[in-house]
Each structure stands twice: as structure tokens, then as C-alpha cells.
Design a protein around this ligand. Structure first.
Ligand SMILES: NC(=O)C1=CN([C@@H]2O[C@H](COP(=O)(O)OP(=O)(O)OC[C@H]3O[C@@H](n4cnc5c(N)ncnc54)[C@H](O)[C@@H]3O)[C@@H](O)[C@H]2O)C=CC1
Ligand SMILES: O=C(O)C(=O)[C@@H](O)CO
Length: 297
């Protein structure tokens, strides 16, 4: 039986951990938020504190928010890498810069622990149904060791080669598209309101037309229902589009549409929307022109 820990039981990690548990593996769930940990144990998650069980683990799935949290979990004062057995694998799924992924892989390698650079796409719906797309890169042994976990969380695993960083580069390409599509959806839905097109009509008609996108269809219901409980926070986007802009700059690549999108997310975070669902970007547009969105006022 494979012994797996999922670290980071937030919007994505909780659903992924449930899928791993549902696939029949001994599954531990860890988070700095004790409520998330006890919720997972209530669902059948295995008992045991991390330092005591680290040596028993075959796979650690890492679904924290960013590079800083990833590094803390792996190499911080209680870093897990130093406690794992040789040949066990880290599957690192936070969206991070390619250089950072390469560096984590190198340090894991030095410690004799395998590392898979494995960012994910498919949103909370994909995480909670085991249908994520994983953009993975790492040594063949890392893919092989990670297989039971990948089978549980993903519908598709794309093998981007032996060198970590290639998965994160692919994810940056996806985030450019996802961020721009999301922002332009909020621009279009609020523009429509100024022309007498209700959010309900937008949701009914645009998904059947050429202007649709996965992000549009996934996020429009939040606006129509006026429910901005975070499944993917506004605050994720300055991070992700910041990664895109940083690596574009170092490639001498001009990305004007991404740059404008990043400014919109920064402005939304600046007016206090950072912890709301990213569909709340519509509120920025609405406030600028005095529109009332569903569920407001
Ligand atoms: N939310 C989404 O739709 C998607 C998110 N992503 C990416 O996946 C990653 C996770 O995203 P979310 O789940 O939305 O973020 P989140 O903020 O909801 O979850 C992160 C979790 O990690 C926990 N955490 C932080 N530091 C920790 C530590 N030292 N030890 C244990 N737990 C710790 C937090 O308490 C939190 O529960 C991010 O990199 C994000 O960019 C990728 C695809 C979709
Ligand atoms: O699923 C993805 O890909 C995403 O990054 C979004 O859902 C935003 O976090």
C-alpha cells in the first residue's frame, strides 16, 4: 500500500487529498490551519504528526500557495526533505517560477529525494473530481514513483521531459491565457451590463458563442450568483502573472496584454478584494462605472 502525504489542504489540496484517499492509499493531510487538518482526518485521513511519519512516506504532494511556502515545507526549520527516506518523491504543484523549480529539484537531488515539477490546471472542480491536467517534468524515476498519486488526482499527465522547470514553464503559458481570459470575461460581462445585457443573459448566450473560454464558463456563475467565496483568490494572480512578466522580461519578450491584466488584479487586491474569488475582478469594473452586480446593494 502506498503511503502518501498531501501538504497544503486549501482550495486545491483538500480536493486532491480526498481523491488520493478515495483511491485507497494511506493518506495524511497536513496544513498550518488545524481546522483543515481535522476536517481531513474526519474524512478518513491517516493519523500521525509529520516528523513521526515522514520516514514512512512514499510520496509527498505539495499544494501550498507559492515558492516561499514550498521552500519552507521542503527545507525550512522542520523541512520534510531531510526527514524522508531516499528514493521517496516530492510532487510539487504550487505555481512557481521555472528557475525556482530547478533549484528545488537540485536540492532534493542532493538529499537523495526525487522531485517532480508538477503544476496543475483544472481549478477546484478538477481538484475535487480527480480530473486535473498535470504539466510535469522530472527524472523517469520520479514519474514512476509518483504514479499512484498522479493516477488519483489527474485525468491527464503531460510529460515535459527530464528537467524540472519545464512543467512550470508550461504552467506559466497557461496562466498567461487563464489570467487574460478571466480578466477579459469580467470586462465583457460588466461592459454588457452598460448595454442592457444582464449577467444571466451573458451566461446563457456567450458560452454558445466564439467569445467563450474555460475560465469564462468556470467563473461566470460566481458573478451571476453574487458568491465570491474564494475557490481561486484574486491574490493568486499578481503571483502568477508576476511570474509570467518576470520570465518574459528575462527573455526580452514584450507581453503588453499580460501587463495590463496584472495591473487590474493589483488594483483589485489594492481595494481589498485579494481574498475573494478571482471572479470578483468584476467588482473593480462595476465600481468604476457605478454598476450594481448581482447580490450587491
Ligand atoms: N485555486 C485554483 O483554482 C488553482 C490554484 N493553483 C495553484 O495551486 C496552488 C494552491 O492553490 P490554492 O489551493 O488555491 O491555495 P490556498 O491558499 O487555498 O491553499 C494553500 C494551503 O497551503 C497551506 N499552507 C501554507 N503554508 C503551509 C505550510 N508551511 N505547511 C502546511 N500548509 C501550508 C495554507 O494554509 C492553505 O490551506 C497555488 O500555487 C495556486 O497558484 C493551480 C490551479 C488552480
Ligand atoms: O486551473 C487553473 O489552471 C488555474 O490556474 C485557475 O483556476 C486559477 O487559479
Amino acid at each position: 500500500m502506498t503511503r502518501i502525504a498531501v501538504i497544503g489542504l486549501g482550495s486545491m489540496g483538500f480536493g486532491m487529498a480526498r481523491q488520493v484517499l478515495g483511491a485507497g492509499h494511506v493518506t495524511h493531510g497536513f496544513d498550518i490551519n488545524p481546522d483543515a487538518e481535522s476536517r481531513f482526518r474526519d474524512e478518513g485521513g491517516a493519523e500521525g504528526a509529520l516528523p513521526e511519519i515522514a520516514q514512512t512516506l512514499d510520496i509527498v504532494g505539495l499544494v501550498v500557495l507559492n515558492a516561499e511556502q514550498t521552500e519552507t515545507v521542503l527545507f525550512g526549520p522542520d523541512g520534510i526533505v531531510g526527514q524522508m527516506r531516499k528514493g521517496a518523491v516530492i510532487v510539487a504543484s504550487a505555481t512557481v517560477a521555472p528557475d525556482f523549480a530547478r533549484e528545488m529539484a537540485r536540492r532534493c537531488d542532493e538529499a537523495g529525494v526525487l522531485y517532480l515539477d508538477a503544476p496543475v490546471s483544472g481549478g477546484v472542480v478538477g481538484a475535487s473530481s480527480g480530473t486535473l491536467s498535470v504539466m510535469a517534468a522530472g527524472r523517469a524515476e520520479a514519474f514512476e514513483a509518483a504514479r499512484p498519486y498522479l493516477d488519483a488526482v489527474a485525468k491527464r499527465v503531460f510529460d515535459l521531459g527530464a528537467e524540472s522547470g519545464a512543467g512550470s514553464a508550461m504552467k506559466a503559458v497557461n496562466q498567461l491565457l487563464a489570467g487574460v481570459n478571466l480578466a477579459v470575461m469580467t470586462e465583457a460581462i460588466t461592459f454588457g451590463m452598460t448595454q442592457g445585457v444582464s449577467p444571466e443573459k451573458f451566461m446563457e448566450i456567450i458560452p454558445q458563442c466564439a467569445g467563450t473560454s474555460w475560465m469564462l464558463e468556470d467563473r461566470v456563475p460566481q458573478i451571476v450568483n453574487g458568491d465570491y467565496t474564494a475557490k481561486s483568490m484574486i491574490n493568486i494572480w499578481p503571483k502568477d502573472l508576476g511570474i509570467v512578466m518576470d520570465i518574459a522580461r528575462s527573455a526580452g519578450f514584450s507581453a503588453p496584454i499580460t501587463a495590463a491584466t496584472l495591473q487590474q488584479f493589483l488594483a483589485a487586491a489594492g481595494i481589498g478584494l485579494g481574498h475573494e474569488d478571482d471572479a470578483a475582478l468584476a467588482k473593480l469594473y462595476a465600481r468604476n462605472v457605478g454598476l450594481t452586480l448581482p447580490g450587491e446593494g
